[in-house]
Design a binder for this molecule. Sequence first.
Ligand code: B3K
Ligand code: ZN
Length: 887
Amino acid sequence: VTLIRREDYLAPAFWIRSVDLSFDLDPAKTLVTSKMRIERNTAVAHGPLCLHGEELNVLRVLIDGESVSFRQDGDLLLIDKAPDADFLLEIRNTCAPEKNTALSGLYTSGGSFFTQCEAEGFRRITFFLDRPDVMAVYTVTLRADKAKYPVLLSNGNLLESGELDNGRHFAKWHDPFPKPSYLFALVAGDLVAREQKVRTRAGRDHLLQVFVRRGDLEKTEHAMNSLIASMVWDEARFNLPLDLERFMVVGVSDFNMGAMENKGLNIFNTSALLASPATATDADFSRIESIVAHEYFHNWTGNRVTCRDWFQLSLKEGLTVFRDQEFSMDMAATPSARAVCRIQDVRQLRATQFPEDSGAMAHPVRPDSYAEINNFYTATVYEKGSEVVRMYQTLVGRAGFEAGMKLYFERHDGQAVTCDDFAQAIADANPGSALATRLEAFKRWYSQAGTPRVRARGVYDELARTYTLTLAQSNPASPGQEHKLPQVIPVALGLLGAEGQALPLQLQGETEAAGLERVLVLDQAEQRFVFINVAVAPVPSLLRGFSAPVLLDDGLSDAELLVLLQHDADAFNRWEASQRLALNRILAAVRSGQALQLDTAYLEAMRAVLKHAGLDAAFKELALTLPGEAYIAEQLEVVDPQAIHAAVEAAQIQLAAALREDWIATFEANSHTGAYSPDPVSSGRRALANLALGMLVLDAKAQSRADAGVWLGRAYQRFKDAGNMTDRLGALAALVNGHAELAEPALAKFHAQFKGDPLVIDKWFALQARAAEQGGRVFAKVRQLLQHPDFSLKNPNRARSLIFSLCMFNPAAFHRADAAGYVFWADQLLALDAINPQVAGRLARVMDRWTTLAEPYRSAALEAIRRVATKPDLSNDVREIIERALA
Ligand code: B3K
Ligand code: ZN
């Protein structure tokens, strides 16, 4: 593959200032006419006008109305004799939307037209300077059959619409804001809209619309509410109002990712948009809220200020994820619900980004090179990028960060900029801050891949009443980066006495204590911090709220972890203690090869959490859920997925048995939440009830108790009678994961009940493919489901629900000693690559960490990767991932 390098960036030789596009929409052959006002960029040396275009059929090229000679070279169209003065370039071409299975560019789904242009889809619609630093004002005319496509949408404001001959009609749209081509969108189809008029704090009126297929309208209320909440929040927190008269959101069922922030016309995967209590779970409700918010927030962080080049992707993505995470926390309202949000975000980071950062695809938040940019919409760019933004806020404070954002927009509104510009704005707004004084070192977060390790050891001197904390950091080598420099790591901490009391924090040299929590800045390989006037030997609570994306080795004993679990003022660290207690035990079993045996101290601690009157249900559910198998694997040098699974399974069975009476009480106390509302309190109770039910079914099966039938029967009953999807799917999952006989009739009933709702059928596939493996039954079932009439590789959601669920989210079913999982992966990957390279590129990532696998998995995985590599016509997307895996 050919690599594109960050250091090779050159400004474009031409600017496109405005473009007038018209479309004669037809699924087989759509005619596109583009009239571009172009001027030379005098700052750059002379050269031909060189436009991108992929899978297009060019009909004519005119400059200022005269035909002009051009040549085509691969995916480029070159005009050697472009005028020096400003000129009008007119190009006519066709494209074939209904043949576009890659879902990039203009395509059809369910008989309607949609576009997806980020990152480089616009060039599959018409010839253009398809790069984010070329920003143009768009005017778009759509013409189509009126009966089939009554709704015609594009970015910005509707200028006019009307009838044409032959049953056709048109609509003309204008977006006043210059934008890069990746933010262009059009939609044409038979859609209906939920509408809402809103007035901003600034007193401007706006029309909000959510367009979906007929029949889905009642499932858009939550998305509309989320959109309104996002608008209110962005104005209140960052003073950023909506800037268009109209803001539209459209749902489509064939979509490569979650959603897309096209200016004024966001396009959403229906899975990230539609929700009703009967068809969507609590997790869906909260995911929809955060994705609606994320895309809306992009209007400022991404659209008004965009990226100079794709290496700067985290400029908009990391920042916008940070903003949507902050929004969700603010929506959660109570301190405990905020902590639950934070815990969930960190769990996600550890499950996806940490493995990425230590595997074949490890790359900095700002990558140095890529072959296919679509491969770099990663957990590192998004989630680690968000953690980097969070560290700015930690270092300059919340008000300082808001001042930095203000300066960023004052300087760069309407521009395409870099991560350096963002860093500079935050630092300049906070002169003398812990950030500004270390800016260059801080920026290593953008250039160094890998998860830094922080080792913390404390020594208490009883006589001197001092506590000396030594913090040391290191960062192992990653591909292309042998040696790394120290990073700037904010370590939020508190100290607790053995009875749990918070101790005042006074560093040597300070005249008085500065509160009970503070942020130390670790910016050297090793640093010592001496606390004075420390009355008793403390238990350190480090990295509170997960103040930096690092792996912490604090060497705490079980007794110390138990103090934190019980008393830490920081809810995140209380949860972290619960996870560490479990992790230590699971790792000991896996490392020693001995059967896991949970001890009374651990079980009693978990019982105390479960019975605690002062803790929220949501927190209990998180604390009692064992660490994920991917995160456990991260702690090991050599990974045996079956050994990890066996240890987790044993832990679960023992936790289920030892706490049986408490699980029963927990289930009884939380299983009736009344009329459905997705709020944090009732969703927390549903989550805990589902965990308890899962434990009780597991226990009934595992211990073959005399009254086993009781809980299996109750689970089935709850499945049948559930008043919402969260309870129904929870009960179904309990039966399926417990391999209960009743699982089959329940699955059949579920399918029959929801066969008309593709998003629910996705859940039906995913639940089976993610089920707890037992003797290869899950894998066999997945192979069988490939033949199911509802299965199709063409719909990304469906492909993800079955194939990705198995390969990515079910390590024990996937990593088989007989290599059948890897053969399955290679087969499906090759089939998918022929249809949709972007989605295939994601599936290829499954093998990122193959080198850490134990035998026989390692050799078998290598063989499967090599088999894929020998395929001659692989997409660039898959080729890049496979080559990195083999590098
Ligand atoms: N910006 C889009 C992602 C585009 C992915 C292209 N392969 C959605 C988002 O992050 O909001
Ligand atoms: Zn985004």
